[in-house]
Design a protein around this ligand. Structure first.
Ligand SMILES: C[S@@+](CC[C@H](N)C(=O)[O-])C[C@H]1O[C@@H](n2cnc3c(N)ncnc32)[C@H](O)[C@@H]1O
Length: 267
């Protein structure tokens, strides 16, 4: 057979395999996110932040800190441009994001499996039924904010599906664009704000839960620092101006002052 046709067939085959891989990883990611909701809310799952492996406190603190740091390192290193440039010499660029998502799921699965609970001391317990309901409501509000933000920023690109679909259909991925849709006009990081709300809005806060929430929150601030450094490198003055006009996590500076920044600005 003509080598050009063979080459074309081989490429299409690879694109199909990449697409199936991307879809499988997306499914795994949705399951992992659901497990994370159950894990932090002590709902549905066999082992959660407060129910599962109990251990003496020195062991629990060491193991849990190791798991949190492992997540932070994996997430920070694999999201950097320099790592991606090196990594895409080994994995096809179309599956780079899916592979990042898969690695995140695996590190989270390890954390769910190996997490040591620390039920004592209880740091706070809200007994008033109305106040407890408000906290549970905030917990779900936080997760809803996370989900909504993924769609505002680009849900399918974030989880790698857009990349494998573009590869399958022979299209190029569009260049990264600076975007400030709806919530992003009030805060720069609504997704991370949602996570912070969900991690801290619990009626019963144990020492183990504090360790998880404090570790995850610390990582969110480190992640914001890295992400904004990359966004400034990518979008330059427009992102710098956005940073001056819009609050990081709180809508402390109003929407009106960023009128000049269009909701969807081409790079
Ligand atoms: C997990 S999302 C989190 C987005 C944001 N930090 C938040 O909390 O809502 C991270 C991706 O969003 C991208 N991103 C963040 N803000 C952006 C913006 N204003 N325009 C375009 N991309 C953005 C980053 O480059 C990164 O690839």
């Amino acid at each position: 057979m003509n080598p050009i046709i063979l080459n074309k067939k081989g490429k299409h085959m690879n694109a199909r395999v990449s697409f199936l891989y991307g879809v499988a990883v997306y499914g795994a990611c949705l399951l992992t996110l659901l497990y994370l909701i159950g894990f932090t809310g002590n709902l549905w799952v066999p082992a959660s932040v407060d129910h599962g492996h109990a251990a003496p406190w020195p062991e629990a603190v060491c193991v849990d800190l190791f798991l949190l740091v492992l997540f932070g390192v994996q997430h920070s290193v694999m999201a950097r441009g320099s790592f991606k440039r090196w990594w895409t010499r080994i994995v096809p660029p179309a599956v780079e994001r899916s592979t990042f998502v898969l690695a995140t799921c695996l590190v989270l699965a390890l954390l769910f499996w190996q997490w040591r609970t620390l039920p004592e001391p209880v740091v706070w317990r809200v007994d008033h039924p109305r106040a407890a309901e408000v906290l549970v409501g905030l917990y779900w509000f936080g997760w809803a904010l996370v989900l909504l933000s993924t769609f505002l920023i680009n849900h399918f690109e974030l989880f790698g599906l857009q990349q494998v679909f573009a590869d399958l259909t022979g299209r190029d991925m569009p260049a990264a664009r600076f975007r400030t849709p709806s919530l992003y006009r009030y805060v720069r990081h609504p997704l991370y704000l949602g996570l912070l709300i969900a991690f801290w809005s619990v009626p019963v806060m144990t020492a183990g839960h504090v360790l998880f929430s404090a570790g995850a929150s610390a990582y969110i601030f480190v992640g914001i620092w890295f992400e904004e450094r990359d966004l400034v490198a990518l979008f330059g003055g427009r992102y710098r101006r956005y940073r001056q006009e819009v609050g990081m996590l709180l809508p402390v500076r109003g929407r009106m002052r960023i009128k000049g920044i269009k909701g969807d600005v081409a790079n």
